[in-house]
Design a binder for this molecule. Sequence first.
Ligand code: TRP
Length: 332
Amino acid sequence: MKKVSLTGIKPTGDLHIGNYFGAIKPALELAKEYDARYFIADYHGLNTMKNPTELNSSIRQVAAGWLASGLDPEKVIFYRQSSIPEVFELTTMIMAFTSKGLMNRAHAYKAAVQENNEKGDDPDAGINMGLFTYPILMAADIIIFDSDVVPVGKDQVQHIEMAQDIAQSVNANYGQPVLKVPNAAVQENVAVVPGLDGRKMSKSYNNTIPLFVPEKTLRKTIMRMVTNSQSVEEPKDPETSQVFQLYKLFADNSEQAALAARYRAGGMGWGEAKEELFRVVNRELTPVRERYDAIMADIPALDKILEQGAQKARPIAAATVKRFRKAAGIDC
Ligand code: TRP
């Protein structure tokens, strides 16, 4: 039997090229090797997003974005967290095995408290219980599907360790392997995608190239990339150029070699270098964008895909809860 991988997707709209190379593409690769499952963490989104229109459209955008990027709902399981009520039942059960101290030590919570302290506010100002207990819900997301491997960025490793702690406490208490203990697969060699200003591409830096914008907007955005002030004639170093680093993600080896030679020869200005970049970005993104637009034009069909995913996921989730209830002396 193949091992199970589980990828949790935060419902953020406005996916960008950094997400595409840093998260979406590597996560989709997992489907080759694993029994891969993907879900939209929409109840996690509720902790921070209280505007219903915004949350609703973020859920749809992110679902459509992953489908357009190549997620095949026939081959993997793709669902919304909120469609699996067993996740929330498991959350309650594992709460009984999670010390409050463990939550106090969570990085995200500690950072929020520190920020309050620095401002001289009450330490828990603006922190809801959803944020405080976030690692427990995340542990339930993972454990409920008997996940072997959870691909995450470094910032999420602590959450996986907490899920391990929780599952081990349950197993130790009942003296049997009631819950599968998951492992983190830390994504080390994923591409760092430079943003428009040269820093890592990130929504919080406001330096992103969005994935799903019309061609004209895409071109304009790329032309805004910051470069140095070298003249057209001057030879340029492709290795230190962010424009070239981005180009490399989209171009094949011979294209890369050819353009690197033109950089080094001089006679090509930054405007032209960016036009070359736009050409390859647009080449890759055009079919993705077309699929995305088609999916967003038929929301009932999108919802149906997610619903069918939930139907595949629920029996697995129900079996985990049943096993736990039986071990716990509830339901016997
Ligand atoms: N916390 C993850 C993030 O911020 C999202 C997430 C929620 C998740 N539940 C998960 C990831 C379960 C992996 C497994 O990106």
